[in-house]
Design a binder for this molecule. Structure first.
Ligand SMILES: *Cc1c(COP(=O)(O)O)cnc(C)c1O
Length: 415
């Protein structure tokens, strides 16, 4: 199947001579599916003067970024880097380096990002074996095992840990063990999980894992943390054909990140790496347990407040992400006008549904710096005002009270 070009011929622009003014963005509370809020320390780090990308001081910074990323991914993998490009570059690199023409690849699909992985597998000439689950539910480990039982061994099993389009957290450990027994590589999209919920690359037998900087790491978009096991590196070495992408060819990128080599491949996005180092330092200072606990607590309080407004959780119980809170809109609640009012009147961004879920759900991100009690309470009180004005709510304080109960452990709050 070949997509026909959708590019329309462009009109020529007139060229007005007035100068273009400085860009000053309005303050925004970013509670959507990413980007998340960025700590001032990260912004400050990014404003530092440039070093050359082969300057010994910069090479030291790269080594530190690698060390901090290994801690976060919970891995001893030598190959742990920050790839140039957003989370999608991480996804693309993770597939194009492993999938050769004819390779069978099992892809779990229960939302937008799993579907995107299957598309890339096809573009590599691989054979995607799609294991689908309804949006909002996990891909059952048993279904994956059965599919492999029917199809025979696959080179790669690819799953999305945190499906940002639905708010579902996919269980991974069991499939990791299964992949190891079968000799398949286990590939995991951790874009909306890394830094927001537990992810243990080594213990869960993950061979290829990528993320993005603008979700739970609270850095601007532009880098994709990526880690490869030795088995994954061996698979790259054993390729019969060169990787279809030159820019994302990890065997070439490896020579820039390998401490003994550091040879030029492409210029590293210097300022982005300054920012990532600082974001990772913030995470290290907070501690993973405390950070995951913060994400969980704020998510529980938000969901309690939204529930009191009549917005029910969309994702399957027991598999709800703390970083991306998806709720179903009752028929009387209009999606777009409320989100527009939130943005224009309150400066708050939340996300709508993607694809078939457009107009049906909201996606509220509490990722990294965005996951704060004060932000949860701000959003709930703005929603209360909007709902009161539209007569969807009769009693002010309903959502805030439910959130306060959640924060105080359910008791001791007097009405
Ligand atoms: C956001 C996201 C991506 C893509 O990342 P970009 O930074 O937008 O390129 C991939 N997978 C998941 C699960 C995501 O949430």
């Amino acid at each position: 199947m070949r997509a026909t070009s959708r590019l329309a011929p462009m009109k020529r622009h007139s060229m007005p001579a007035e100068p273009i003014g400085e860009f000053v963005p309005s303050p925004r509370l970013l509670l959507g599916p990413g980007p998340s809020l960025v700590h001032p320390r990260v912004l400050r780090a990014m404003a530092a003067p440039l070093l050359g990308h082969l300057d010994p001081e910069f090479l030291k910074l790269m080594t530190e970024v690698q060390l901090l990323l290994r801690r976060l991914f919970q891995t001893g993998n030598r190959f742990t880097i920050a790839l140039s490009g957003t989370g999608s570059a991480g996804m693309e690199a993770s597939l194009v380096n492993f999938v050769e023409p004819g390779d069978p690849v099992l892809v779990g699909i229960n939302g937008v990002f799993g579907a995107r992985m299957a598309t890339i597998v096809e573009r590599c000439g691989g054979k995607p074996i799609r294991v689908e689950a309804p949006w909002g539910r996990i891909v059952e480990p048993e279904t994956i095992k059965e599919a492999i039982g029917r199809a025979g061994p696959v080179k790669v099993v690819a799953l999305v840990h945190a499906e940002t389009s639905t708010g579902v957290e996919q269980p991974l450990a069991e499939i990791g063990r299964f992949c190891r027994e079968q000799g398949s590589l286990f590939l995991v999209d951790a874009v909306t999980s890394l830094g927001g919920l537990p992810l243990e690359v080594d213990r869960w037998n993950i061979d290829v894992c990528y993320s993005g900087t603008q979700k739970c790491l609270s850095c601007p978009p532009g880098l994709a943390p990526l880690t490869l096991s030795d088995r994954a590196l061996a698979a790259i070495k054993a390729r019969k054909t060169p990787c279809q992408s030159w820019y994302l060819d990890l065997s070439l990128v490896a020579d820039y990140w390998a401490e003994a080599k550091r040879t030029y491949h492409h210029t590293a996005p210097i300022s982005m790496l300054y920012g990532l180092r600082e974001a990772l330092r913030l995470i290290d200072e907070e501690g993973l347990e405390a950070r995951f606990g913060r994400h969980r607590t704020n998510s529980e309080a938000l969901m309690a407040g939204l529930g009191a407004l009549g917005l029910a959780p969309f994702a399957e119980e027991g598999h709800r992400l703390p970083s991306l809170n998806a709720v179903t809109l009752p028929a009387h609640i209009d999606d777009a006008p409320v989100r527009t009012e939130l943005l224009q009147r309150y400066g708050i961004e939340i996300g709508g549904g993607l694809g078939s879920l457009q107009g049906k759900i909201w996606r509220i991100g509490l990722m990294g710096e965005s996951s704060q009690k004060s932000h949860v309470l701000t959003l709930l009180s703005a929603l209360e005002e909007i709902f009161l004005r539209r007569r969807w709510l009769s009693r002010p304080g309903t959502a805030l009270e439910a959130a306060a109960r959640a924060y105080t452990g359910g008791g001791g709050f007097q009405t």
